[in-house]
Design a protein around this ligand. Structure first.
Ligand code: SF4
Length: 680
């Protein structure tokens, strides 16, 4: 039993709950919102025009997420647009004494950031009512102990001071969700599990053929947390429970808030369970200083953001947990000039830690990166990370699986990125049918890829909207682990035993793609699903920025591709075109060393590309390579091009080959095949 919790008091909510406070209607009318903030309680029922589609970006805009503690309670709804203006300012909700907040349809859509319900909670909101509530936002609320409901009849009852039976919030929920609500959040539920006070219902899946992912889930299924028992013979989609993790990691956007939860609920002396399997990363905001506007700096936001770095460093040192941090700044202290990171989180996890058959959680949506060697890796929220530090496990509902098989032999010059842009424009994926599912990539064209290239595919399971992406580990995984980690085949091959899908395993659907007819692709600005073959884009698209980097495109094989194109350009007497800013940014120091050994840094320099140290950088609008106006055109090998992702400009996605060649051509153009000799 970790941290002496075996005798700690357990908290369970009473069978009835009272909500003492006012009701805030998030109306699509700024005047109505302001009148409530000034103390007026609007009549209900009435025809209040409730806001639909309130995203987590509106509840807590991205820059608000630089805060990580109860200060967030000053900010809920700061980005809420009501009738064309933003009526809510800092401190309004807290000062208004609101306990319940009401909205229309699809409340909490968009990013899965847990800062949103936490900000609401810290401002006093205990109940969220809406016509419909997005799944992840709702789960985040449940994990934090914030009630959710679609029953508008509650409004009158709250105003009358009625006690509401707890069962009204648990009706129709599965055993685990019901337990979490009844315990007031995931942490209290887990305490009860640790003390053996609640038991997760056993899995009752019949004997059945399993997919690779289902086998890994079954091996990691926690049957008795208090007595440390793990493993069931079978699982099936829909089974709900907890799975033991092998690796847990988080980055600076998430660690500080999880650390606050840890310290507030467990105390400064509490120790993370198995700290050797926990990793922290400073990667997302390393170069923020160079990208943040002077206006935001004047508001003090850079100092707030730098607190994320400081808090994470303090927590890592206190817990004795490995932190892949920031490189020493040039000049003194936090305000020295940033140089870069040791590594981007999931790049490093694949490079140095993940093994086939492991179950890995991370605080980033691209955690599935490690699926390239047959690990089951998926992203989770702040409360899940914090709880995993205590229990070493994570809540999971077994998703259905989808098989994407690429047959045939891909043409030279076509890469895993092109595979993904083709997959993302497939109607099944584009229409959202793969959301929340396990995507298994298979087929000869996938088997022919290097592990780095496979990682591009599993990484971009996030863009598919999948729960995770995974590829059967094979001899390429054995070679990769020998080359990158020095592991002998005799150590790795036993890990592969059983790590394949059974021949008659069940998939919700199978998508077949003929790789032999694919061509280099580009995704038009706005969405990674806007893919076209380059020859289909019509008029010539002039390029201002070429960004060759990120977790998806900062691996060794990506560097091989950039270097191959640039060497070819130099041989032809060409350099990066005039007026084009070309940046190459690798995913880890290991990749940088590889570039040095291969002589790539000289190639990049000679061709006119700027090489910068590892970090998420421009990929998250926080580093060199971002755009500053809407007319700027960027070609980028990153994984997503949602509006505003790397600044206000127009961002096209493409393969490393296309990104590098477009930098030289000055417009979007595929690299002519024939010179391909390395990499993919
Ligand atoms: S490089 Fe981009 S996609 Fe990858 S972890 Fe960083 S922000 Fe996310």
């Amino acid at each position: 039993m970790p941290n002496g919790l075996e005798h700690g008091p357990l908290r369970k909510l009473p069978p009835e709950v009272r909500f003492e406070g006012r009701v805030l209607f998030l109306a699509d009318d700024a005047d109505l919102v302001r009148r409530q903030l000034s103390g007026e309680d609007l009549p209900w029922p009435s025809a209040i025009p409730l806001r639909d589609n309130i995203s987590t970006d509106e509840i807590t805009p991205a820059y608000i997420c630089y805060y990580y503690d109860a200060t967030l309670g000053d900010f809920p709804y700061l980005g809420l647009r009501a009738g064309g203006s933003f009526p809510i300012t800092r401190g309004d909700v807290r000062a208004g004494g609101f306990v319940c907040s009401v909205a229309g349809t699809r409340r909490g859509k968009g990013s899965s950031r847990e800062q949103s319900p936490y900000a609401e909670m810290c401002a006093g909101i205990r109940l969220v009512i809406a016509e419909s509530i997005e799944r992840i936002y709702r789960e985040n609320c449940q994990n934090l102990g914030v009630f959710t409901s679609t029953d508008f009849g509650l409004i009158e009852r709250i105003r009358r001071g009625e006690a509401i039976p707890l069962s009204e919030f648990t009706a129709g929920e599965g055993d685990i969700t019901r337990g979490i609500i009844e315990h007031g959040g995931l942490f209290q539920f887990n305490l009860a599990r640790l003390q053996g006070d609640v038991a997760v219902p056993p899995v009752r899946a019949p004997r059945r053929p399993l997919t690779l992912a289902e086998k890994i889930i079954a091996r990691h299924w926690v049957t008795d947390l208090a007595n440390d028992r793990v493993g069931v013979p079978h699982v099936q989609p829909g089974d709900e429970g907890f799975t033991r993790t092998d690796i847990r990691f988080s980055h600076e956007y998430v660690t500080p808030m999880a650390a606050i939860f840890w310290q507030e609920l467990l105390g400064l002396d509490a120790r993370i369970v198995d700290p050797g399997s926990v990793f922290l990363f400073r990667d997302h905001l390393t170069f923020l200083d160079l990208a943040m506007t002077d206006e935001r700096k004047a508001e003090g936001l850079l100092d707030v953001a730098l607190e994320l770095k400081r808090k994470q460093e303090e927590f890592a040192a206190d817990q004795g947990v490995k932190l892949y941090g920031e490189l020493p700044r040039v000049g003194q202290g936090l305000h020295g000039i940033p140089v870069g990171s040791e590594a981007i989180c999931h790049s490093k996890i694949l490079e140095s830690h993940a093994l086939p058959g492991q179950l890995i959680i991370g605080s980033d949506s691209h955690t599935p990166h490690a699926g390239a060697i047959g690990a089951l890796a998926f992203g989770v929220g702040t409360t899940a990370i914090f709880n995993s530090w205590l229990t070493k496990d994570v809540r999971l509902k077994v998703p259905p699986s989808v098989l994407i098989r690429l047959r045939g032999e891909k043409p030279d010059g076509v890469t895993a990125k092109d595979f993904m842009l083709q997959i993302l424009r497939h109607p099944y994926v584009r229409d959202g049918h793969a959301i929340g599912k396990i995507v298994e990539y298979a087929g000869p064209a996938v088997e022919a890829l290097s592990i780095d290239e496979r990682a591009t595919m599993t990484n971009m399971a996030a863009e598919v909207g999948a729960f995770t992406g995974i590829i059967r580990p094979d001899e390429r995984a054995v070679e990769f682990l020998a080359r990158e980690r020095g592991l002998g085949p005799e150590e790795v091959r036993p890990l592969l035993a059983g790590l394949h899908s059974d021949p008659d395993a069940e998939y919700e659907t199978t998508i077949e793609i003929d790789a032999s007819v694919l061509e280099p692709m580009v995704a038009l600005p706005g969405d990674p699903g806007n893919g076209l073959f380059i020859r289909e884009i019509g008029a010539r698209v002039k390029v201002d920025i070429a960004y060759a980097g990120s977790c998806t495109a900062g691996k060794k094989s990506d560097m091989d591709m950039y270097a191959a194109v640039f060497r070819d350009a130099l041989d032809r007497g060409l350099r990066v075109a005039d007026g084009v800013q070309c940046i190459v940014q690798c995913g880890s120091q290991e990749v940088k060393r590889y570039c040095e050994e291969q002589g790539y840094l000289e190639v990049f320099r000679e061709v006119g590309a700027q090489f910068i140290e590892p970090s998420c950088g421009a990929c998250i609008n926080a580093g060199p390579g971002v755009s500053y106006d809407k007319d700027t055109v960027t070609i980028s090998a990153i994984n997503r091009n949602f509006p505003g992702r790397s600044g206000p400009g127009r961002l096209y996605l493409a393969s490393p080959y296309t990104t590098a060649w477009s930098a030289v051509a000055g417009h979007i153009e595929a690299w002519e095949p024939g010179q391909v000799g390395v990499g993919a």
